[in-house]
Structures are given as C-alpha cells and as structure tokens.
Design a protein around this ligand. Structure first.
Ligand SMILES: [Mg+2]
Length: 234
C-alpha cells in the first residue's frame, strides 16, 4: 500500500483566528524592539506569507538588523504574546473551520494517509494556534515559516522532516497540499505535489481556479466529500 501525505496550511484552511496572529505580530515586534515603539506599524499582507518573510519586511521597514538573533527575538516575543492572549479565551475568538475536525479524524483513522503541516507560521506559532482550537494532536511535524522565508521551499522541508524525524519517505507525487491562497498552489507546484484549494480564507474561487489547482472545494464542511476528492487525486 502506497501511503499519501496530506500537508495542511493553517490560517484560512484549518482555522480562522480572526486576526489574532496579526495583533501578536505587532505586539511581539514592539516588545522585541522597544526602540521602534511609537512608530506606525505598516500594513501586512499575510495571506500565504511566511513569518520569516514578515520578519524580513518589518526589519527592512524599521531598519532593524537582520540576524538570527533578531529574528529569534521577534519570533519568541510574537509566540509569547499569541500564547498569553490565547489563554485569555474571552479575548480571542476564532474557530476551527467547518468540517475540518471530522476531516482530520477521518484522515487520521485511514492508514493510507499521513498528515502534516505546510504553513507560513513558525513551528511554535503553528502549534499554539492548533492547540488553542484543539486540533494540535493530529500533527507531529511539517514545514514552517521559520524554516525559510520563501514558501516555495517549505514543501521539501516538510518531506525531509518526515523522512529524518519520522523515518517515512514520501514522493512529491504522493503528496497533497491543502491551502487557501495562490501562494499555497504555487508552493505545491514548486516541489511537484498536488494541490487542493479551498476558498475559506477570503480568496475567491475565480482567483484560486485561475492558478489551476488539481481540485477546488468552496470549503471542507462536508468531510465525506472532501475525503472523496482527496482519494480521487491519487
Ligand atoms: Mg492560509
């Protein structure tokens, strides 16, 4: 039996944090670099972005030195803010998107499938968000926004990590990316994986289909239909 790997994007695909990530990026940035406080925080285009890409953009904008130390300082302050705000559940709304929980359960029960993450979130940020909404236990690993600023590199990272950490090698053609932006479609293409696009993150069907994913679903609300579509792709 050939096993298949399904790599899920997080924001707009599995969960809607209703902007919690953006607030924590801003809070975390000013916490890490207090000398920048009082200056206006620039608008961020987060759809399909990576946190390393966001860091690079903010460091350019605020003329912060680019280094491993400054990046880690920023990511730590961001995740601390996200985590502490998520603990105050009355402050953070947001939810798991419809059908996601039963789809993840269905895939986890099916021995033909392994699931992992392919997200622009840092690894810690990813698991804080998933834990907040109670779906973290489905995931062990993946490719993350602190692995590389270029999302198109994250698919290979996810496959390498599956092989190195979990001892299971997946070929790109046996891998499917599920995501909500054109950048998810592009990053699947970049490593030869298939891609299922969903328009639960605010990007329209027209725009997503214009990027020719292998399959499109408006949402994942009907988990049997979602599973059937995934089956058909292999
Ligand atoms: Mg997304």
């Amino acid at each position: 039996m050939v096993r298949r790997l399904i790599l899920f994007d997080i924001d707009g695909t599995l969960v809607d944090t209703m902007g919690a990530g953006l607030v924590s990026l801003r809070n975390g940035f000013f916490e890490a670099f207090p000398e920048c406080r009082g200056r206006e925080f620039p608008p961020l285009d987060l759809g399909g972005a990576t946190d390393s890409g966001v860091a690079r953009f903010l460091f350019d904008h605020f003329e912060v030195e680019h280094s491993t130390e400054t990046r880690e300082r920023f990511f730590r302050a961001y995740a601390d803010d996200l985590s502490s705000r998520f603990l105050k559940s009355d402050e953070i709304k947001g939810h798991v998107l419809p059908g996601v929980t039963s789809l993840l359960e269905g895939l986890s029960r099916n021995e033909r499938y392994e699931i992992a993450l392919l997200t622009g979130n840092t690894m810690r940020g990813a698991f804080i968000k998933l834990e907040r909404y109670g779906i973290d236990y489905h995931f062990k690993t993946g490719g993350f926004g602190d692995d590389h600023a270029d999302r198109n590199r994250l698919g290979s990272v996810a496959l390498a990590r599956m092989a190195e950490v979990h001892g299971e090698v997946f070929a790109p053609e046996n891998t499917l990316v599920v995501g909500d932006t054109v950048k998810d479609i592009d990053c699947a293409r970049a490593f030869g994986a298939k891609v299922l696009a969903v328009s639960t993150g605010g990007v329209s069907r027209e725009v997503l289909e214009g990027a020719t994913p292998d399959a499109f679903l408006t949402d994942l609300s009907n988990s049997e239909e979602s599973l059937a579509r995934i089956e058909m792709l292999f």
